[in-house]
Design a protein around this ligand. Structure first.
Ligand code: HPA
Length: 245
């Protein structure tokens, strides 16, 4: 599942079958600039792969059921591992723009829970979340990053509804609460994947910084540009992980 400005990996998939979202019954259609919106099936690193280029965000007006519908489809098609990427605002003072942050945990700040309502039989009513991001995949990412001399950070991703970026006080608050990066995606899809028993790995590209003493402006264009710049390194890690996992 490829995030804002991070679609490059999809172009490396071979033997592809591509399905624009608008051609798939019941699929929502992505509306944000920078998301081209298609499901791509094919091969990458010797593995059968299904890529979702462009995702659905809660701020676009979709319900949580719609936001996470593609994960249900992935589950029904038998995927075993979900790799997610996103652009996020860094709040940890150790972070710089362009850093890659391996997601070790998340904090769910979305106003509606994706599992609200009748429980799907893919998992329990009250799912355990003690290891939502697979530790062996985190270890594999670390190993690959070390081999390739790519600097990676680890951290907690805070999922918020957007569409506003955070005020300086909000960045500070999310950091105080234990977050290292904040973004408007990922958490709903990861919760549903986890409920389906799918192993999950997530990586954030830090595209802007908030919560520091000197508040700075942030824009979608800036986020896209920073994500694009950092994407070759993220792609390298993801590509190798897919091959080895
Ligand atoms: N906040 C929320 N979402 C984001 C940010 C941010 O600073 N950067 C990229 N996505």
């Amino acid at each position: 599942m490829l995030g804002t400005g991070l679609g490059q990996l999809a172009s490396e998939i071979t033997d592809t079958y591509e399905f624009p979202y608008q051609d798939i019954p019941n699929f929502p259609i992505s509306t944000v600039e920078g998301h081209s919106g298609k499901l791509i099936f094919g091969k990458l690193g010797g593995k059968d792969i299904m890529a979702m280029q462009g995702r659905f965000h809660f701020y676009e007006g979709y319900s949580m059921k719609e936001v996470t519908f593609p994960v249900r489809v992935m589950y029904e098609l038998g995927i075993k591992t979900l790799f997610v990427s996103n652009a996020a605002g860094g709040m940890n003072p150790q972070f710089s723009i362009g850093d890659l942050m391996i997601i070790t945990d998340h904090i769910n700040f979305f106003p509606e829970h994706p599992l609200r309502g009748k429980n799907f039989p893919t998992g329990p009513r009250f799912p355990d979340m003690h290891e939502t991001y697979d530790l062996s995949l985190v270890a594999l990412a670390d190993k690959i990053a070390k081999e390739k001399d790519i600097k990676v950070q680890h951290g907690v991703y805070v999922g918020v509804q957007g569409p506003t970026f955070e005020t300086p006080a909000e960045y500070k608050m999310y950091h105080l609460l234990g977050g290292d990066a904040v973004g408007m995606s990922t958490v709903p899809e990861v919760i549903v994947a986890h409920h389906c028993g799918i192993r999950t790995f997530g990586i954030s590209v830090i595209t802007d910084l908030g919560g520091f003493d000197d508040p700075v402006e942030v824009s979608h264009e800036e986020v896209q540009e920073a994500a694009n710049k950092a994407q070759p390194l993220m792609t390298e890690i993801m590509r190798e992980m897919i091959k080895r996992s």
